[in-house]
Design a binder for this molecule. Structure first.
Ligand code: GDP
Length: 247
């Protein structure tokens, strides 16, 4: 039995919403007063690099969280809602962002960044084959395969769009890398609880080994739980030792 709330605010506690797709069981249930949960989520964020080649990647330092998804899935909105500011540009032109954009995340009062968010180029639409053949091997695949500090891949799927081939390919690819993957089901506010339940069940059938978190950048539903997941995996991998910056 699991519950899905359309709005994570105003009820005095924040119930975790990660769903194990194999059984649609609630795998975590955290009772944290909203005020306290939100206190830990004020972050400072800063753009640090746009990479279109491996040589542009920042020197590995703190744990990194990669955000992946089809163009228009709501990736920029998820990133912006996590950091509470317009960090990533929401795009009106599908597939416009062709670089991996790196953002440093720091907690107020801490001298150094704790995390890096890596916003990967949106894929999908007609250009998918060209994207895959030209850009993925050049810098995206090396990032996903070899980046030592990559702690979690957040793969976004839109709950309003039926499962797509391109999403399946991405999830297969990620599963082959052995990376920790969380599927975030975006724009959950557009569906009723019943519809969302059905979509999650269908996604469970499509991606049987994935963990799933319904999310709405609009209402904030899922935000606290996504932060919890991010911080949890980030603590599991040690940050790389500081090294001399490369130019
Ligand atoms: P990106 O191309 O993946 O970065 O997607 P964007 O973040 O630019 O969002 C694409 C469109 O979906 C925009 O029109 C957003 O306003 C809309 N959108 C994004 N997140 C949500 C959400 O949680 N709820 C609703 N209703 N719309 C959203």
């Amino acid at each position: 039995m699991y519950t899905i709330r359309k709005d994570g605010s105003g009820c005095g506690d924040t119930r975790a919403q990660v769903t194990d797709l194999r059984s649609l069981r609630l795998t975590a249930l955290a009772k944290v007063p909203v005020g306290i949960a939100n206190l830990g989520m004020r972050v400072l964020s800063r753009f640090i690099a746009a990479a279109t080649d491996v040589s542009h990647f920042p020197v590995p330092s703190v744990p990194e969280i990669a955000f992946l998804g089809r163009s228009n899935v709501g990736k920029s909105s998820v990133i912006n809602s996590l950091v509470g500011t317009k960090l990533a540009r929401t795009s009106s032109t599908p597939g416009r962002t062709r670089s991996i954009n790196f953002y440093e995340i720091r907690w107020p009062g801490k001298p150094r960044p704790e995390l890096i968010f890596a916003d990967l180029p949106g894929y999908g639409y007609a250009k998918i084959s060209r994207e895959v053949s030209q850009e993925w091997p050049k810098f995206i695949e090396p990032y996903l395969n070899e980046r030592t500090t990559l702690a979690l891949c957040v793969a976004l799927v839109d709950v309003n769009v039926p499962p797509q081939d391109s999403d399946r390919k991405l999830l297969d690819f990620l599963s082959a890398t052995g990376r920790s993957v969380l599927v975030v089901a975006t724009k959950s506010d557009r569906l009723s609880n019943n519809q969302l339940h059905n979509v999650l069940r269908d996604l469970g059938g499509q991606y049987p080994s994935a963990r799933l978190l319904p999310y709405s950048a609009k209402t904030g539903a899922g935000r606290d739980e996504l932060w919890r997941q991010i911080r949890q995996v980030a603590q599991q991998i040690p940050a790389a030792a500081p090294s001399t910056p490369q130019h």
